[in-house]
Write a protein that binds this ligand. Structure first.
Ligand code: NDP
Length: 449
């Protein structure tokens, strides 16, 4: 008889957990994964994927406007929220099934139950069963952090945005990060009145300043409002279901149909039984791990948002892969966190890799900044005033690229390819040596003067 029921028990079937489970099983391990909600995790079920579809859906309003000079007119164009919402939910169902099938095809046992650690090798499942495993991987992700103040329970989180019964006329968004700016663009595009309220005087902390400023400028022109250095005092629900939002600096409450809390995500460790196994966490509730994703308990590992290293899906996937290679593939591997490209799917989107101008100045002192501030050909033709901004930060005098920052149509699509060059340590000269692909927006990257 085997000493344990499983070689590996994974808690959480999100991006990191499913990759780790599938690859470990392909190395011959006997693997089970427990998931309390739906297979796929935040990214697939209530994050990146449905969000991107909402971005696409909302952007049609601009496409319709821009079509006029191209000779197109649309009579009686109108938007129907339930149609978009239900198609997205159907796609989420498809992906949930596809992820489940992939796990099963790799001989991973999928257990749709909540799991709680009851010891270093022991897990109690929601149905009352107790199972044992040689290794345990915690990949339970993170959960929206909602500030507490009178009436804060009336706020929604990104989780609920995909299920709204009707399109809100007015939306107030608390926070100025990824989720705030992405949903501001979505609701604005769909016709809602949007106000972004942040506690500080900036949005998208960590992104290059000029790119952030450009997003604010464009968003203001689209009708999105911002309130900075602003805090919520209380929220009251009216009889008609609308919300009265009391904020500092306002004598009168502001009415909103939806108040979205987008103020960060915290590791989802509640009820996980970490204390039963002696797994240590830090002040932000994140599980403490080493570079191999190993916790202080030798046989327990953790990957993804629950470790709060970099809260991005592709990172969780890499951590899951590295875990499987290390523990079951006889190939110890760590994840390289340098030069991670990232994007904000605002409208227009932002994409970035490497150091911002400010960070580069602080670290290297002697740097050079190249920039291109242009109006995409399509925008010029459509009478859209929106300008794109691309920035390349290089070390001086080597001209090694330290960072690339872009805001403009398709910026994430373009930056993914350019990020390879930055990761490879290329210089601006390599870009200069590359012939422009004309006419395109991306050619600006090889034409910096
Ligand atoms: P972010 O960390 O991006 O932004 C949080 C915002 O909320 C900041 O503006 C911050 O203010 C503010 N804030 C933080 N704490 C509080 C508080 N206690 N009270 C009031 N305001 C507060 O978080 P999001 O929720 O937008 O997204 C969570 C994470 O999910 C992101 O960090 C990202 O990793 C991931 N994500 C990635 C996406 C992508 O890759 N495109 C899309 C969506 C999410 P301040 O100005 O002080 O920083």
């Amino acid at each position: 008889m085997a000493e344990y029921d499983y070689d590996l028990f994974v808690i959480g079937a999100g991006s990191g957990g499913t990759r780790a489970a599938r690859v470990s099983a392909s190395y011959g391990a006997k693997v089970a994964v427990a998931e309390e909600y739906r297979v796929g995790g935040t990214c697939v079920i209530r994050g990146c994927v449905p969000k991107k579809l909402l971005v696409y859906g909302s952007h049609f309003s601009e496409e319709l406007e821009d079509g006029k000079n191209f000779g197109w007119t649309w009579e009686n164009a109108r938007f129907d929220w339930p149609t978009l919402r239900d198609h997205i939910l159907k796609d989420v169902d498809r992906l949930n099934n596809a992820y489940t099938e992939t796990l099963k095809n790799h001989d991973v046992e999928v257990i749709l139950e909540r799991a709680e650690l009851t010891g270093p090798h022991e897990i109690k499942l929601g149905d009352g069963r107790t199972v044992t495993a040689k290794y345990i991987l915690i990949a339970v992700g993170a959960w929206p952090a909602v500030a507490e103040f009178p009436g804060s329970e009336h706020m929604s989180t990104s989780n609920e945005m995909f299920h709204l019964e009707k399109l809100p006329e007015t939306v107030i968004i608390s926070g100025g990060g990824y989720i705030a700016n992405e949903f501001a663009g979505i609701f604005n595009g769909l016709g809602s009145e949007v106000t972004v309220v942040n506690r500080s005087d900036i949005i998208l902390r960590g992104y290059d300043e000029s790119v952030r400023d450009r997003l604010i400028q464009i968003s203001l022109a689209k009708g999105i409002s911002y309130k900075f250095n602003c805090h919520f005092d209380k929220i009251e629900k009216r009889e008609d279901g609308a919300l009265d939002v009391y904020m500092d600096g306002h004598d009168e409450p502001v009415r909103a149909d939806v108040v979205l809390a987008a103020t960060g995500r915290r590791p989802k460790i509640e009820g996980l039984g970490l204390e039963n196994a002696g797994v240590r966490i830090n002040d932000s509730d994140a599980i403490i791990v080493d570079e191999y994703s190993q916790t202080n308990v030798d046989n327990i590992y953790a990957v993804g948002d629950v470790t709060d290293r970099v809260q991005l899906t592709p990172i969780a996937i890499r951590e899951g892969q590295a875990f499987a290679d290390t523990v079951f593939g006889d190939n110890p591997r760590t994840v390289d966190y340098d030069n991670i490209p990232s994007a904000v799917f605002s409208q227009p989107p932002i994409a970035s890799v490497g150091l911002t101008e400010g960070e580069a100045r602080e670290k290297y002192g002697n740097i050079k900044v190249y920039s291109s501030d242009f109006r995409a050909m399509r925008n010029v033709f459509a009478d859209r005033t929106e300008r794109s901004l691309y920035k390349m930060i290089v070390e001086h005098p080597t001209e090694k690229i330290l960072g690339l920052h872009m805001i403009g149509p398709d910026a994430p699509e373009i930056l993914q390819a350019a990020a390879i060059a930055v990761k490879a340590g290329l210089t601006k000269q390599a870009f200069d040596d590359t012939v422009a692909l004309h006419p395109s927006m991306a050619e600006e990257l090889v034409l910096f003067k």
